[in-house]
Design a protein around this ligand. Structure first.
Ligand SMILES: [Zn+2]
Length: 341
């Protein structure tokens, strides 16, 4: 008789749709055995082998039918109005991230000063990160921005950059506002965005943080307008009168460049741990937009002048709430986040 295990194995293969089973060496060997078999055994064995082959053919056909079978969609079928919905978590189990809440407050203040908001990108190119901001190829100031780059390149073979500042949007904002500017409407935009730096992490440095860029261009704009704008913002945000002063700084995209220093909102210049006992806090970088940056956006620097700043949102919020470590924001720690919900 046919070996039962062999027969079962062949049937299992046929059931699974393996059509090669009909040409298999195992099945062929059964037919070969038939030829050399004593005549009296040949009848029943031959019958059994033929039955097996028949079974395999039928199993394969059944598998094929099943594969082709598909359930037609009944477009007239009624919806089950009582169908179960996904589980709805109580809203108390989640809350807005404090950076987003504070960003909304920051934007609201600038909207009230007539600024519009444009979101920055999380991946940009070399031209917007450096070239359009007056950092020529090989400029040493490029080294101050230790950025992340993609392995993938664009058509010209340049890597994409995870922006290290929201200034990547300046050229776009200036170009977009050029027509309005020439019709007498100042360019006034703030640009919030997430930025990335290849930093050694500590309580004051994080690889991912939020910045708010500001750009203002019109005729007759000078550094006094810059300082007044930032002072108005800071007093509204911290809800108190502040003193501001500037100290010289260097950025390729502003000339002159400043660091804005603000009287400590916590100790009123008496000195505390937030201001390192100095009474003053170096808060942000700013300056008058470099004429080359205006020219690259098609704006005539002989007619128009403007200012720009870049401000760390994380830093502002840390100061407002006395948060001691910037890494809390990205830590996903509920005990931290829940204090703001
Ligand atoms: Zn202080």
């Amino acid at each position: 008789m046919i070996d039962q295990k062999l027969a079962d194995d062949l049937k299992r293969r046929a059931r699974g749709g393996d059509a090669s089973v009909l040409r298999s060496a195992e099945l062929k060997s059964l037919f070969d055995q038939l030829k050399t078999m004593p005549a009296e055994q040949r009848g029943p064995f031959g019958k059994a082998v033929n039955e097996l082959r028949q079974d395999l053919t039928e199993l394969l056909a059944a598998h094929q039918d099943k594969a082709e079978e598909s359930t037609p969609i009944d477009v007239t079928a009624p919806f089950d109005l009582n169908a179960t919905a996904p589980q709805l978590f109580a809203s108390g189990q989640g809350s807005q991230h404090p950076l987003m809440t504070e960003l909304a407050t920051v934007l609201d203040i600038f909207y009230r000063m007539g600024f519009t908001a444009v979101e920055s990108r999380e991946l940009d190119d070399d031209y917007h990160m450096f070239g359009s901001l007056n950092f020529p190829e090989g400029h040493p100031a490029r080294d101050d921005y230790d950025t992340f780059m993609t392995v993938q390149t664009d058509k010209k073979g340049n890597q994409y950059i995870a922006p290290a500042h929201t200034s990547t949007m300046q050229n776009r904002v200036l170009k977009a506002g050029k027509k309005g500017l020439e019709a007498g409407q100042a360019i006034a935009a703030v640009i919030p965005g997430r930025v990335f730096r290849n930093e050694d992490l500590d309580a004051r440095h994080e690889h991912t943080f939020y910045q708010l860029e500001g750009v203002y261009v019109d005729q007759g704009i000078h550094a006094g307008n810059l300082i007044a704008t930032l002072k108005t913002f800071l007093q509204e945000y911290y809800g108190k009168q502040l003193e501001v002063k500037t100290q010289p700084f260097y950025f390729p995209f502003t000339e002159p460049s400043f660091e804005l220093v603000v009287s400590c909102p916590f100790c009123d210049k008496a000195g505390c741990h937030i201001c390192s006992q100095t009474g003053w806090i170096e808060l942000l970088g700013c300056g008058m937009i470099n004429p080359n940056v205006l020219t690259m956006a098609g704006i005539d620097p002989q007619i128009y002048t403007g200012f720009a700043w870049g401000m760390g949102i994380d830093r502002l919020v840390m100061m407002k709430y006395g948060i001691e470590d910037v890494r809390h924001f990205e830590s996903g720690r509920l005990d931290f986040l829940e204090q703001f919900s």
